[in-house]
Design a protein around this ligand. Structure first.
Ligand code: MTE
Ligand code: HPA
Ligand code: MOS
Length: 751
């Protein structure tokens, strides 16, 4: 069993934006961006660039026929800077030429004079100056202030998490073509075709029906193309519209790293109070989100940090406050987990520090505070079908946590410079867009007269396998072979008003829409078959393996015959359906409601080996019991779980973004920014699918799989700290991710 895209990928036959055969005369764009992090544009001279060889046009904010505004949640972001720049990489103009080289050369001839202004990089400094993207957000449960007195232990501390570059294989890009009647068609590498359509229409001052967006597939996105594919599509569309010629804009790798958003770095404070038995009685956290220079998706990401601030635990008294802080860095954006990992890291840090103080293993505290059925989250939702304990207990049992832990201790007593560490990492992740209205999708299904089937949905394929899953869902619903089905590109003219494929909801939302659309067709075909067979009650007709059954008995009619019969009777073989997740609501003033359709649970046991002479380490194993609901595509689910784990390990260990004091990113190439390679992959990954966990709120009783497993990577942090303490028991390590070998060495040999 394979993801059906894999053959095309391996042979190099799959088409990405840069592989589309460009129409004759296609021009190439190059973005000129700010070299400084904050300043006024005093003077700018484009003349040299405009005269440069091959140049066909140069576009700045002055050339925008509509509005120079691309902000989604907050209207605070220009497509092109006007009189000031707010981060290194802030786009100022687009140069368009006959070749990439000519456009790039010309951009170097743009002469600008800037007046430098004070640069803020630290979110706490921004907060102290009240430079906030939105007013602070606060979630509360019980009464923390009254709870501290009842605690036997109260521990306070600070935790830092770094950003993360998406490093999708396919960089940001789009190809825009003018259409007759003054419209444009944009082929974009975006998770959100409608966001591109809406924003391009706004930039061009056109109705949305004049902008068509088509997405075949993405070479990876990981959240980086939920909002941030839009700007490049708008720039290409602007140039194509103005020049009446197709224009392609594909960022080179280094520009992509420099000028596109990443995961938000956070700096956080926590205070945790426990009884002497280890029950968490109170928890307070303050999150300073480094939002960068514009809102982008930061407010929604900030909320998800709060939604996940207690991870898998029930805590009766909670106060969590979050600040979205405006700094002079690139606007940070969605990245797998969407603020959840940042919140979860802080509670795990607090538990780690509490365990250290109490002289117990962190798993003892984790275990007794796990969520039970009916427990309330700080945002008012109560758990149902809660699998937190099942996953934790099964992982401990199945992977012999007790004896593994003793093995680690034994190893450490026998080895001086090589130490092992072990940690348990429970995860609880809410499934649904936290922005309730986005939880909708639709599907358009055609059956052709030869019995082949063509499906369009709002879902974007980015390697996560949504197309393979939708194909299987359709095949099961129509009782036909998957080989009859083709999943089409995602296109705004076929499927309208799409939400981005994000929040791990791609299969859930579009899968239900596909089921509904297919069921409309099934009913029509049942009626046709009933007519053919002289069956009075069409509900007695059923389909199995492409055969028609009447009252459970096989008939001579097969799927293609039946389809053809329907066509001859002038019955429509096209159906459309819209799905919206039921019963979701959230009061954004009280911060209470039911934002999630359900939660995904799981628990990992993580082991590492640390070389205390060199600071380097290996992840020996990540062993997981994970709740996939009833998986209907195990290969894809397994791939998502493994990929998420490795990406989480990268975030927590080696991926370090370093800016100089002027706000310039120093780690802007793969030589200086270390993503996980094969050596960073755990030597052993075991994923056990939790049994008997049907989910009524997912298609075919499955659960979403895209994001939750990334959080298991956090376990590697605490396993490493566990190993460091074995080497140096007096160590009180700062909690600062990523835990690079350099940081480990500095910590192990700190005077
Ligand atoms: N897997 C691959 N191979 N490539 C990706 O870009 N994105 C992740 C996850 N898995 C991603 C991926 C993110 S951030 C999300 S939200 C989900 O896939 C989106 O797809 P889904 O909703 O269909 O799970
Ligand atoms: N996840 C991803 N994207 C989103 C969300 C979310 O919860 N809410 C709004 N955009
Ligand atoms: Mo995923 S961060 O919701 O695109």
């Amino acid at each position: 069993m394979k993801n059906y895209d894999s053959i095309g990928h391996v042979r190099g036959e799959s088409i990405f934006v840069d592989d589309v055969t460009p129409p004759l005369g296609t021009l190439i764009g190059y973005v000129y961006y700010s070299p400084i992090a904050h300043g006024k544009i005093l003077k700018i001279n484009f003349a040299g660039a405009e005269r440069s060889p091959g140049v066909a046009g140069l576009f700045s904010f002055k050339d925008i026929p509509g509005e120079n505004q691309i902000g989604g949640i907050v209207q605070d972001e220009n497509l092109f800077a006007e009189d000031s720049v707010h981060f290194c990489g802030h786009p100022v103009a687009l140069v368009v030429a006959d070749t990439y080289q000519h456009a790039h050369e010309a951009s170097k001839k743009i002469k600008a004079v800037y007046e430098k202004l004070h640069v803020i990089l630290d979110p706490r400094e921004a907060a102290s100056k009240n430079l906030l993207i939105i007013p602070p957000r606060k979630f509360e449960l019980g009464n923390v202030d009254q709870a501290w007195d009842k605690c036997d232990y109260v521990i306070e501390g600070k935790a830092e998490t770094g950003g993360q570059e998406h490093m999708y294989l396919e960089t940001q890009g789009s190809l825009a073509m003018p259409l007759e009647g003054g419209g444009v068609k944009i082929i974009s590498s975006t998770q959100g075709p409608t966001a591109v359509q809406r924003t391009a229409a706004r930039i061009l001052g056109l109705p949305m029906h004049q902008v068509e967006v088509d997405v075949q597939r993405l070479g990876g996105a990981f959240g980086g193309k939920e909002d941030q594919a839009t700007a490049w599509a708008c720039m290409a569309a602007l140039a194509a519209y103005k020049l009446k010629t197709p224009v392609k804009l594909v960022l080179n790798r280094q520009d992509d790293i420099r000028i596109t958003g990443k995961r938000h770095p956070y700096s956080s404070d926590y205070k945790i109070g426990l009884s002497k038995e280890g029950r968490i009685l109170a928890y307070e956290a303050v999150f300073y989100q480094n939002a960068g220079a514009a809102a982008d998706l930061s407010p929604a990401i900030l909320d998800r940090t709060l939604f996940h601030c207690t991870n898998s635990y029930f805590i009766p008294n909670v106060r969590a406050t979050a600040y979205s802080c405006k700094t002079n860095l690139v606007p940070f954006t969605a990245f797998r987990g969407f603020g959840g990992p940042q919140g979860i890291f802080v509670i795990e840090s607090a538990i780690y520090k509490a365990a250290q103080r109490m002289g117990v293993d962190p798993s003892e505290i984790q275990r007794i505070n796990l969520l039970n059925e009916g427990d309330e989250f700080p945002f008012g939702q109560k758990t149902f079908n809660c699998n937190a304990k099942r996953c934790f207990d099964e992982a401990e049992k199945k992977f012999s946590f007790g004896s593994e832990r003793r093995g680690v201790e034994e190893f450490n007593s026998e080895n001086r410079l090589l130490k092992k560490g072990i940690a348990v990492m429970p995860v609880c992740f809410g499934i649904s867009f936290t922005t309730t209205l986005l939880n909708q999708a639709s599907a358009l299904v055609h059956i052709y007269t030869d019995g082949s089937v063509n499906i369009s949905t709002a879902a974007v394929e980015m390697g996560q396998g949504v197309n393979a899953k939708l194909k299987r869902i359709a095949a099961i619903t129509l009782s036909i072979s998957e080989s009859r089905i083709k999943i089409e590109s995602t296109n705004t003219s076929r499927v309208s008003n799409t939400s981005a494929t994000a929040a791990s909801k791609g299969t859930d939302l579009n899968g239900f829409a596909v089921i509904d659309a297919c069921n409309i067709l099934v009913e029509r075909l049942q009626k046709v078959a009933a007519g053919e067979l002289g069956e009075a009650d069409y509900t007695k007709i059923s389909f199995r393996n492409e055969k028609v059954f009447d009252e459970g008995k096989p008939t001579a009619i097969g799927f293609p015959d039946l389809v053809n019969k329907a066509y001859l009777k002038r019955i429509s073989l096209t159906a459309q359906a819209h799905h919206a997740t039921p019963d979701l609501y959230f009061d954004t003033k009280a911060n209470k409601g039911k934002p999630f359709a359900y939660h995904v649970y799981g628990s990992a046991i993580v082991q590492v080996s640390l070389d205390c002479l060199r600071g380097v380490y290996e992840v020996d194993s990540v062993k997981v019991v994970h709740d996939f609901g009833e998986s209907f595509h195990e290969v894809i689910d397994l791939g998502q779980a493994e990929g998420g784990i490795v990406q989480g390990i990268g975030w927590i260990t080696s991926e370090e973004l370093i800016w100089n004091s002027e706000g310039r990113l120093l780690t802007d190439a793969l030589s200086t920014y270390k993503i996980p390679d094969i050596h960073a992959v755990p030597k052993e990954i075991k994923i056990h699918f939790l049994e008997n966990s049907p989910n009524d709120f997912g298609p075919l009783r499955s659960k979403a799989v895209g994001e939750p497993t990334l959080m298991y990577g956090i376990g590697v942090y605490f396993a490493l700290v566990n190993a460091m303490r074995a080497f140096r028991p007096d160590l009180e390590p700062d909690i600062s991710s990523p835990l690079t070998p350099e940081k480990i060495l500095l910590s192990l040999y700190k005077l």
